[in-house]
Ligand binder design. Structure first.
Ligand code: A2P
Length: 329
């Protein structure tokens, strides 16, 4: 089996390599690709050195699976070319997510939607993945009517340049800016770009992707995304209004039984999810689970996950495992 990684030099690409290694993909032929400026550069994978190749060379090698984390432009350009070679593309960008023909997959939730004929599969947005991990069992049981989401998103979601900006600002050094403002000792209610309706692209992703993954276009969603000077993961305050009345003890049980989700909720001992603890973990963490007393049938949750792991690399590699085990063996 041959596996290509497009965007292998990037921040998510580095975590993809780590997760592929951890989950036994080191035994396969590995083809790392990135932009023209990286061709020939050496990178490490599974204890060996590999030379970066061009995306064109990676396509010519006709890998079984190509995982993409190079942004939307390269994905729109190259994913169909891989697909034409029979490669299954798992794409971490937003390029294909809203296409009704393309599955948008969190394996624990809707892995069943992938068909043997699917050649492009979209990996959802990081903040959506961690949120639906907590919402899925509750939606099945009580039916979600409306979500009010506030996010506190890590700079790692913007790539290496953003992490560099935070670190340099903290060290008092000048640097190239990934954001319009200083991020150290600051935050801004701005993720992605602004659309005509006043929302940002990151906020709209939470609306559309949640509906698609939970297979319910009636769920009402409103979101405010904030970028915070944090590196370990994204945090989200989620206010959930259900159609049916819920029992709080049952909510805890449903969340505890969800694979990949960990309940971290012991307020008396100051235990609640934090990016500091979620960093480098594959699981998503949920806490501050409590009834919203201001409105019937409504619950508050605090959800934290490492956006580079379950929010990106781990979920993509889980999709690769699913495709391999179901269709390529
Ligand atoms: P390169 O290192 O050659 O620029 P990040 O999200 O951390 O900024 O990483 C983006 C990743 O996407 C990098 O691996 C980058 O490669 C890759 N990339 C950017 N543009 C292209 C492109 N046009 N074709 C292929 N890979 C690209």
């Amino acid at each position: 089996m041959k596996i290509a990684l497009v965007g292998a030099t990037g921040l998510v690409g580095g975590v993809m390599r780590k997760v592929l290694e951890e989950r036994g993909f080191g035994q396969y032929d590995f083809i790392p690709a990135a932009s023209a400026r990286s061709i020939g550069r050496e990178i490490d994978f599974a204890g060996r050195k590999y030379k970066m190749v061009s995306v064109e060379d990676a396509i010519a090698a006709a890998p079984d699976i190509a995982i993409f984390s190079a942004g939307s432009g390269p994905s729109l350009q190259y994913a169909p070319q891989f697909a034409a070679k029979g490669t299954v593309v798992i794409d971490n960008s937003s390029a294909w997510r809203s296409n009704p023909e393309i599955p948008l997959v969190v394996p624990e939730i809707n892995g069943d939607v992938i068909k043997s004929t699917d050649k492009i599969i979209a990996n959802p947005n990081c903040s959506t993945i961690q949120m639906v991990m907590a919402l899925c069992p509750l939606h099945k049981r009580y039916g979600i009517k409306r979500l009010v989401i506030s996010t506190y998103q890590s700079v790692t979601g913007t790539g290496m340049k953003a992490v560099n900006q935070l670190m340099k600002e903290r060290a008092g050094e000048s640097c190239e800016k990934a954001y319009p403002y200083q991020i150290d000792m600051n935050l801004f209610p701005h993720g992605g770009t602004f659309e005509d309706n006043g929302y940002t692209t990151e906020e709209i992703k939470l609306v559309n992707e949640t509906r698609k993954i939970l297979r319910d276009n009636d769920i009402q969603v409103t979101a405010t995304v904030a970028r915070v000077p944090v590196t370990g993961g994204h945090s989200e305050a989620v206010n959930v209004e259900f159609k049916e009345e819920f029992d709080l003890q049952e909510v805890f049980e449903l969340l505890r039984n969800m694979p990949g989700l960990v309940v971290q909720d012991d307020p008396a001992n100051n235990i609640y999810p934090m990016p500091m603890w979620a960093k480098d973990k594959d699981e998503v963490f949920v806490g501050r689970i409590r009834r919203d007393f201001s409105q019937p049938k409504t619950l508050n949750l605090w959800v934290v996950g490492d956006n580079l792991r379950k929010g990106a690399a781990t979920n993509a590699v889980q999709i690769a495992e699913l495709v391999r085990d179901k269709f390529l063996k």
